[in-house]
Design a protein around this ligand. Structure first.
Ligand code: AGP
Length: 369
C-alpha cells in the first residue's frame, strides 16, 4: 500500500502531485508543438458531424460534470457551437429533445457511472452521435460510445477526483481547439498561441504545487469552520463548484460554489465575520468584476482567501490569505486554478482526521442510480 502511494500519505495527495505528468500524458500524441498541429484519433471519422452539429449536449455527474461546464465555455468560445451541460441523472428521465444532428459528449473517469451510461443509451436511441471522454480503458461507457478519447490520467484511487478532472479538461480543450480551427472560428494564429500555452501548463501546475506548505497553513486556520463559500466567474465558475465539492466530500464541511455575481441574489446573506470565502480571482476578462465581488464580501466582514495571478497587487490588501498561481491564458486557467483548491480540501480533511481516500458514504464509481 505504502509503495503504491509512492511515499505520499494518501492516494489523493499522490494524485494531486501527479498532475504535471498526467496532464502531459493526456496531451501525448495530440499536442504536436514542433509540427504545429493537434490530433485526436477519436474525432477523425466524426469531423463532419462536429462541423455540422446543431449543438453539443454534455452528460456527466459530479466532478466530470464540472469538467463538462468548463467544456461549455471552451466549445462556445472557441468553436461557436451551442452547448448544454446536463446532469446525466436528470437528462435520462426528463424526455429531452435530442436529434440526429446533436452530438452528445459523455464524460466519466470510471466509465461505469450508471446514470451517465443510461443517458448515453437514451441519446443513442434518438440517433445522436455519442462521443466519450473516459479514463478507464475498455469501461462500459467507453464501449457504449460511437467514438471518443481516453484521458490517460492513469488509475485514480482516491474517491475525490483530482488528476482525472485536469486530464478531462485538457482533452476537452484540445477537442474544442481542433473543432474551432476546423470550423474557422479559431484562427491559425490563436490556435498556435493556445497550443504553446497548453504545452506550458504542466510546468505551471508544477509551480502551483509548490504552494502546498503555504496552503497547509491556511488549512490550519480554517479546519474547524462549519461552512465555506467558493466564488468564481467565467472559466473559474466551474472551478468554484469543483473546489466546494472537493471540500464537502472529504472534510464533511458544508461548502457551496457560486458564480460570484449570483452572490447578491442570496448567498450574500450568509456572509459575516465567520464565513470563509474562497474567491478565484485570476487576471482575466472578469477580473474587475470579481474585485468588486471581493469588496462586497469584505464590506460584510467575510474572510477572504483569494486565488490570484502571480504579481497581483490589487487583491492582496483586501484578502486574509492570498494564493498566487502562475499566469496563463483565460481559457486554460481552470487547469492551474483548481490545484490550490484540491490542496486546500486535502489539508483541511487531513487536519480534521477524515478518511481522505475513502470518505464516508461515497464510492469511487457509482454503478447504481
Ligand atoms: C468526484 O470527486 C466524485 N467522487 C464524484 O462526483 C465523481 O466525479 C462522479 O461520481 C462521477 O464519476 P465518473 O467520472 O467516474 O463518472
Amino acid at each position: 500500500d505504502s509503495i503504491e502511494k509512492g511515499g505520499y500519505e494518501h492516494f489523493m495527495l499522490k494524485e494531486i502531485f501527479e498532475q504535471p505528468r498526467s496532464i502531459l500524458d493526456s496531451m501525448r500524441g495530440r499536442l504536436e508543438l514542433v509540427a504545429g498541429h493537434l490530433n485526436m484519433g477519436g474525432i477523425r471519422a466524426y469531423e463532419r458531424k462536429f462541423m455540422n452539429a446543431d449543438r453539443i449536449i454534455i452528460v456527466a455527474c459530479g466532478t466530470s460534470w464540472h469538467a463538462g461546464l468548463v467544456a461549455e465555455y471552451l466549445l462556445e468560445d472557441l468553436a461557436r457551437i451551442p452547448v448544454e451541460v446536463e446532469y446525466a441523472s436528470e437528462f435520462r428521465y426528463r424526455n429531452p429533445v435530442i436529434t440526429e444532428r446533436d452530438i452528445v459528449i459523455a464524460i466519466s473517469q470510471s466509465g461505469e457511472t450508471a446514470d451517465t451510461l443510461a443517458a448515453i443509451e437514451l441519446a443513442k436511441s434518438k440517433g445522436a452521435t455519442i462521443f466519450g471522454i473516459c479514463n478507464v480503458v475498455g469501461s462500459s461507457i467507453a464501449r457504449a460510445t460511437d467514438a471518443g478519447a481516453y484521458t490517460h490520467a492513469g488509475p485514480e484511487i482516491g474517491v475525490a477526483s483530482t488528476k482525472a478532472f485536469t486530464a478531462q479538461v485538457t482533452v476537452l480543450t484540445i477537442l474544442a481547439m481542433i473543432v474551432g480551427h476546423k470550423r474557422g472560428t479559431l484562427s491559425d494564429t490563436r490556435l498556435q498561441e493556445l497550443m504553446v500555452e497548453l504545452g506550458s501548463i504542466p510546468a505551471k501546475v508544477e509551480k502551483a504545487l509548490l504552494l502546498n506548505d503555504e496552503i497547509e497553513l491556511i488549512a490550519e486556520t480554517f479546519k474547524d469552520v462549519p461552512n465555506f463559500l467558493y466564488l468564481g466567474r467565467g472559466y473559474n465558475f466551474p472551478v468554484a463548484l469543483e473546489g466546494a465539492l472537493k471540500l464537502k466530500e472529504i472534510s464533511y464541511i458544508h461548502a457551496e460554489g457560486y458564480p460570484a455575481a449570483e452572490m447578491k441574489h442570496g448567498p450574500i446573506a450568509l456572509i459575516d465575520e465567520n464565513m470563509p470565502v474562497v474567491v478565484i480571482a485570476t487576471k482575466d476578462s472578469s477580473y474587475e468584476k470579481v474585485v468588486s465581488n471581493i469588496q462586497e464580501v469584505k464590506a460584510r466582514k467575510g474572510r477572504i482567501i483569494a486565488v490570484v495571478t502571480e504579481g497581483d497587487t490589487v487583491i492582496p490588501p483586501m484578502a486574509e490569505f492570498v494564493i498566487e498561481v502562475p499566469a496563463t491564458s483565460e481559457v486554460l486557467v481552470p487547469l492551474v486554478s483548481v490545484v490550490p483548491l484540491q490542496l486546500l480540501s486535502y489539508h483541511i480533511a487531513v487536519l480534521r482526521g477524515c478518511n481522505v481516500d475513502q470518505p464516508r458514504n461515497l464510492a469511487k464509481s457509482v454503478t447504481v442510480e
